[in-house]
Write a new protein. Sequence first.
Length: 314
Amino acid sequence: MTIAAADEAVHVRAPGKINLFMRVGEAGGDGYHDVATAYQAVSLYEDVRAWPDERVSVSFTGSIDVSGLPTDGSNLAVKAAKLLARTAGVPAGVRLEIEKHVPIAGGMGGGSADAAATLVACDALWGTGLPKDELHRLAARLGADVPFALTGGTAIGTGRGDRLSPALATGSFHWVLVVAEFGLSTPAVYRELDLLRIEEAGRIGPATAPIGSPVVAAAVLQALRAGDARLLAEALHNDLQFAAFRLEPALRELIDLGESAGALAGIVSGSGPTVAFLAADAESAIELQVALSAARLTALHVHGPVHGARVIHL
């Protein structure tokens, strides 16, 4: 959707994501790892409102603590707006107000959702009319998870996670997210995985062993096509989970707690520390949310798949 430059805000909503499955290859010469992951967009959203302005700026509100977020040129949403402006030859700026609900540094792609929503909002605000493929190319330049935040749904990501192939998912899956009071640095978790593999060379099990070209297990795709939560629970896997456990051992205890409270399975999402528990259905998810909340944890019931970045209001 494109419009002529507007005086009123463009409102775009983009979802957070969970990684249902993640295999991590060895680090390349550039330090980056090839991955094979199954993404699912879930109903925990970032809301971006964009107004015309002479310069690019961003501010934050939301249901989470946003006090530590940068608002300078290092912010991913600011980078997205400036990248689109340069690409499309737009001399204007934009004032971004972002209402955040996806945990910060939580492995759910909140910053990537902000960037994806900013691309869509600025494209509409400035009337640039970039083709969908061009927006995806720009998204990939901003970060590995940004293209998925644009598309949403369920998808397989390869390369650095930015080469996407749609995955058929039948029905809706219900999750309970437990939001940690701390963050985990994605680079730190990858470094820990590399270290773990070196330390346990020759002894390490297949769960974290380095592999040449990682692929998503067929069982994941079959469970998604069938819309079968129990089958999917058996197929959930994340190589980074073992590294996250070493950095934050409490995460292992949290997964044990959730599974003993009725979850079909729990998994660290991406590099963590958010833990996603899969429930059999909506009623089971609500019961699990109540049980985890009673344990004084921040527990959220969400469902997926949901759509990607989308204009809500012009």
